[in-house]
Structure formats: C-alpha cells, structure tokens
Design a protein around this ligand. Structure first.
Ligand code: AMP
Ligand code: TRP
Length: 344
C-alpha cells in the first residue's frame, strides 16, 4: 500500500490586489507550514486567464504575487516558489482531468456560478473547467495538504473526487504499471487558521474580495500606513460598544469581523481581544486596530515594493522554482501517460 509523504501545495491567482483576506486566509498558513513541511507555492496564472486580463498588467501581477510570498516570509530556497504556466505539465494533466471529471460535478461548483453570473453562455470553457486545472496543480505533485480559505473547500473536494475516480477507473492499469495501491493521494484542505473568512470592511456579510469595486472594502497588502489607517477608521460598525465575550458577537457581523481581524493579526484568541476591549467604543478599538494593522502589514507592503522594483530578481526566483517543480512533475506525468496507455 502506497504511503504518500506529506507535501503541501497552494496557489494564488495573479489578479487584482492581494488583500488581508488572502493574507490571513492563506499566506499566514503558508508561512507556518514551511517550518514543518515540504511546500510548493504557485502563482496560478493559467487560472487568472479564465477571465479576460490585460497582458501588461498580468505580467506585473504575476511578479507581485511572487513578491508578496517572499515579503511575507516564504523562503524561496526551502520552498518551491514558481509560476504555473512555466511548468507545462499543469496544463497537460488538466486536460486529462477534463476527461475524468464529469459535467455534473462541475455544474455544482458555486464559484463558477458566481463568476459566470447571469451570462453563462458567454463564460469561457476555462472558467468552467477551472477546478480540473486546480486538481492538476495539486495532484501533479501528489500533494497531501492544501492550505486555502473557506471559499476553496468545494474545489478541494472536487480534486479528491477526481483523484478517487482516476484511482478506481484505472486500478488495473495502475497495478499493471507496478504501482502498489492508489496512484493519487486524496488531498486534504487546511481551512483552519487565524481567519478562514475575512469579510468586507463595508459589509460584514460579504467576503473581502479583489473584485469588490470599493477599495475601502479591503486592506491591500500594498497599502501604506496612511491608507490602512483610513480604511480601518471608515470601516462599517454598529452603534453598540464591543461585547465582553464571543457570544456577544452573534448577529453583529461587522463587530465579529473586526474582532476576528484583530485576533488574527495579534495571534491571540478572540476571547482575549474581548477581555481587553469589551465595553469599549469602536473608536477606541479602531485606534488599537490601526496600530496593530500598520505594524504588521506596512513592512510587508514596503518589502513588496522593494522587490517589485527588481523584476529580474523575481524572474530568477520563478525560473529556479519552475525548474525544481518540473523535476517533480515530469516523472508523475510519465506515469500518468503509462497508466492511460499513451505513448511517450
Ligand atoms: P484568490 O485570490 O482567489 O486566488 O485566493 C487566494 C487565497 O486566499 C485562497 O486560499 C482563498 O481561499 C483565500 N481568500 C480569498 N479571499 C479570502 C477572504 N476574504 N478570507 C479568507 N481567505 C480568503
Ligand atoms: N482557485 C484558488 C483560488 O482562487 C487558487 C488555486 C489554483 C489553488 N490552484 C490551486 C489553491 C491549488 C490551492 C491549490 O484561491
């Protein structure tokens, strides 16, 4: 029976600005996992082009995600940091998974429904097949753990379904090709973290998102201290003072979101934040949150800008990362071809 060694894979799309939701929902977890696991962190540019992108902006956005990874503390020597389209096997395995996944499975994906909106007939086929490419990203490296925010859980479940179907549909050929047990692991999502779902600063019921038209809805990693302070001060609240226990946050989405952000940034439980601020007015709490957010985030933004001024350095990291990723991906792709009966 195959025992798959633990390996972590995750990716972020080079679209729009990286925000606090991406940072707390994903990157903070990456930074912790690099201490204990072999990790690959990808800039998923092929996912970005499932909707229209401006070529010049896309190139810059790819470098910006790489810069954010490094500025947040991911070590490009210890981890493999790379760009998806520079490893052709991602697209190759995605095609094979398009032939494994069922229309019915993809029809259930809520992100497609959200992104395609009302004009579904006009959505790209890539946007529909997006989760099969995501499954390929993960399974190409037989990754076992995938740190993501809550919104990606359904896609990881689909990757498990694809892995499972491949393993059973081709069980005979997998055994005949000398594999002792399942070919792909069933990857596990790692959702738990300081803040799996950071909400908009303008509406506590909406997810903080790159695509929100209002820049005041999110704190971008590239925001300077002044912008961070302004956005926190303008954040929507309710008229009551802060509660002194977590139960008191029920039915108060804005309070819950801001307290959650404070807890995540200070790496402390919400209970202890409310011990400090229970009974306080939002204005006092916001002063504390501004100081904390500026102290934590503005050095990352500064380092990102410094790195982005040196695109040749970023490109060299991505080139090196893609060479290392290809060394892992090539043999798996060869095995997939053998199992399917393709000639190589
Ligand atoms: P994306 O920007 O869609 O490529 O997302 C990159 C990562 O950030 C994924 O793991 C998402 O689940 C996570 N993420 C995006 N928005 C949020 C949010 N508002 N709260 C928590 N995690 C998020
Ligand atoms: N779909 C993910 C998102 O929008 C990004 C992504 C692409 C990803 N491939 C991945 C995340 C593989 C984890 C693993 O956030």
């Amino acid at each position: 029976m195959t025992i798959f060694p633990e390996r972590v894979f995750s990716g972020i799309q080079p679209t729009g600005n990286l925000h606090l939701g991406n940072y707390l929902g994903a990157i903070v977890k990456f930074v912790a996992l690099q201490k204990t696991h072999e990790c690959l962190f990808c800039v998923v540019d092929l996912h970005a082009i499932t909707v229209p992108q401006d070529p010049g902006e896309l190139r810059q956005a790819i470098r910006r995600i790489a810069a954010a990874y490094i500025a947040s503390g991911l070590d490009p020597v210890k981890n493999i940091i790379f760009n998806q389209s520079q490893v052709a096997e991602h697209a190759e395995l995605a095609w094979i998974f398009n032939c494994v996944a069922r229309m019915g499975w993809l029809n259930r994906m809520t992100q497609f429904k959200e992104k395609a909106g009302k004009d579904r007939e006009n959505a790209s086929i890539g946007l529909f097949a997006y989760p099969a490419l995501m499954a390929a990203d993960i399974l190409l490296y037989r990754a076992t753990h995938v740190p993501v925010g809550e919104d990606q859980k359904q896609h990881i479940e689909l990757a498990r379904d694809i892995a499972q179907k491949f393993n059973t549909d081709f069980a005979g050929s997998i055994a005949a090709n000398g594999h002792d047990g399942p070919f792909f692991p069933l990857p596990e999502p790692l959702i738990q973290g300081p803040a799996a779902r950071v909400m908009s600063l303008r509406d506590g019921l909406k997810k903080m998102s790159k695509s929100d038209p209002s820049d005041f809805s999110r704190i971008n990693l590239s925001d300077d201290a002044e912008a961070i302070a302004q956005k926190v001060r303008k954040a929507k609240t309710d008229p009551e003072p802060l509660p002194s226990d977590v139960e008191g946050l029920a039915g108060r989405p804005e309070a819950e979101n801001l307290v959650g952000i404070y807890a995540a940034l200070s790496d402390s439980p919400r209970e202890s934040v409310l011990q400090d601020f229970g009974g306080a007015q939002f204005s006092a709490f916001k002063n504390g949150l501004v100081d904390l957010a500026v102290a934590k985030l503005s050095p990352i933004g500064g380092e990102m800008r410094r790195l982005e001024d040196d695109p040749a350095y970023i490109d060299s990291i991505l080139r090196d990362g893609s060479l290392r990723a290809r060394e892992l991906a090539g043999p798996v792709m060869d095995q997939v071809k053998d199992v399917l009966g393709l000639i190589r």
